[in-house]
Design a protein around this ligand. Structure first.
Ligand code: BES
Ligand code: MN
Ligand code: ZN
Length: 496
């Protein structure tokens, strides 16, 4: 997708389709749609539609006009957004995506967006439109033989005045949007087409193309490092595990902080000996979404070039039942030396992350953030709208909330009180890998906390948000790429 900027009156722009956003200025039940970007020619072109109440300004309603009067554009697409007073970059991202997904099936491969004003500024508006367009351009039908290329060729951002800052904002939106789709491609791959080895190869190839240092280790190194928790999951599979380490160490970055991005990379989760029911098990191909978010985030970070050191660690393995698989009751010694009684082999994510987090600390990371499709309990607690976030440090959490304000992603904080630790104390070992039925997302996080120890740490549970169960006007059903944008903003927030 090419991105152009044009400082022009939208009415004068020659394009396949001009996209404008309409906001509802009414109060109470009476909608009063007005264009987000006031322009006489545009207002004129849609006056009839507004009068006919065909446009209400309701969120994500899209109306397409052919040969709009008084405009140079061949078509005009009016996208309703929301109430004018609640219009932010979050709605704009979705509205831009809605426009693109309205045009895509019609084979309209280029469009011009009239960039509206936002309280947060025009750079934010440009960035959000570009990000929204990339997210919308992704479709998950990789292996359909009737797959047709509907992808958008070019978008033009129509701005008031040319400004290098807006060009930079568009560039940044592109880097992040492309990286998010890179992550989504990985998450979309089925288990047989993305084994741990293949995931590592894809990460390695990405790194080579972009100048990132990538180290990939197999069973020998995992055993040599005494990663007993990671290995306990990997031992049951015929597929070799991979420990993926990606380093971003730009010149001129301070010695500290060093951020550690740790991802769960279970390329398929059968549950192991505590096997999952067959119904819906195919979904567990996306159990590497946290790892894929980290790999994609490193791609974006390498392009955005913040002055800060970042190391990403992805623990990639399958979780399989077999004659070699670990059993409930087994005791494993993690890399940190803590002993773990395995109660349920399906609670494997926390095992691989325990060693991933500890390894990150030994590599010198001063701050940790992990992302994982960790618990069904998180989906019970928060549903599909919010992902879970946990933190053992208020300062790190402040950085994360700042990141959320810019990324537009939705996370809700859950607690980490000491009381919850009692649920995962074992009689035979230091910890159990499950804590019973109640507060399952929290006891999983408490388990990880034991391995982050004193290091400031954030944990993201994306089990309910990594996969869109339904399509939305602005995004296809399938992998969402959640967490990537917030991770990138989190890193930038530390660099600032
Ligand atoms: N990968 C699953 C969690 C999951 C559930 C991800 C739904 C995406 C959607 C994880 O490994 C798991 O199986 N967790 C168990 C933990 C339990 C055994 C304590 C769960 O949530 O049931
Ligand atoms: Mn599991
Ligand atoms: Zn899992």
């Amino acid at each position: 997708m090419d991105i152009r900027l044009a400082a022009a009156n939208p009415a004068e722009v020659e394009t396949e389709c001009l996209v404008v956003f309409a906001l509802d200025h009414g109060n109470g039940n009476k909608p009063e749609p007005k264009l987000a970007l006031a322009n006489a020619a545009l207002e004129q072109a849609i006056a009839e539609l507004v009068a006919s109440t065909e446009i209400s300004g309701k969120a994500f309603e899209a109306v397409l006009l052919h040969h709009p009067r008084g405009l140079k554009a061949r078509r005009l697409l009016v996208v309703g957004c929301c109430k004018a007073k609640s219009f932010t970059h979050m709605e704009l991202r979705k509205a831009a995506g809605t426009a693109l997904r309205t045009l895509k099936p019609k084979m309209i491969k280029s469009a011009a967006f009239a960039i509206p004003d936002l309280p947060s500024g025009s750079e934010d508006a440009v960035r959000s439109v570009v990000e929204g367009a990339y997210v919308a351009d992704f479709d998950p039908d990789t292996y359909r033989s009737d797959r047709r290329d509907f992808s958008t060729k070019e978008i033009t951002l129509v701005i008031r005045t040319d400004d290098p800052k807006l060009r930079a904002a568009a560039e940044q939106g592109r880097m992040v949007g492309e990286s998010q789709n890179f992550t989504r491609e990985l998450v979309n791959e089925p288990g047989n087409r993305l084994t741990p080895t293949m995931l590592a190869d894809r990460a390695n190839k990405m790194c080579e193309g972009i100048g990132l240092k990538c180290e990939i280790y197999g069973p020998d190194k995992i055993k040599e490092l005494k990663m007993g928790a990671f290995w306990s999951v990997a031992q049951g599979s015929e597929e070799e595990p991979r420990l993926i380490v990606i380093r971003y160490e730009p010149q001129g970055a301070p010695e500290k902080p060093v951020l550690g991005l740790v991802g769960k990379g279970i390329t398929f989760d059968t549950g192991g000996i505590s096997i999952k029911p067959a119904d819906g098990m195919e979904k567990m191909k996306y159990d590497m979404a946290g790892g894929a978010a980290m790999i994609g985030a490193m791609r974006a970070i390498a392009m955005l070039k913040p002055k800060i050191k970042v190391i990403s660690i992805v623990c990639a393995t399958e979780n399989m039942p077999s004659g070699k698989a670990q059993k409930p009751g087994d005791v494993q010694i993690a890399m940190s030396g803590k002993s773990i009684e395995i109660i349920n082999t399906d609670a494997e994510g926390r095992l691989v992350l325990a060693d991933g987090l500890h390894y990150a600390r030994t590599l010198g990371c001063t701050h940790l953030i992990d992302a994982a499709t960790l618990t069904g309990a998180c989906v019970v607690a928060l549903g599909y709208a919010n992902a879970g976030v946990f933190a053992n440090d208020e300062d790190a959490y402040q950085h994360f909330t700042r990141a959320l304000q810019r990324s537009g992603e939705k996370f809700w904080r859950l607690p980490l009180d000491q009381e919850y630790l009692d649920q995962i104390r074992s009689n035979i070992a230091d910890l159990m890998n499950t804590g019973g039925r109640w507060g399952g997302a929290i006891t999983a996080a408490m388990f990880l906390k034991e391995f982050a120890e004193e290091t400031p740490w954030i944990h993201l549970d994306i089990a309910g948000t990594a996969w869109m169960e339904e399509q939305k006007p602005w995004i296809a059903k399938g992998p969402s790429g959640i967490a990537l944008r917030s991770l990138v903003e989190f890193v930038k927030s530390f660099a600032a």
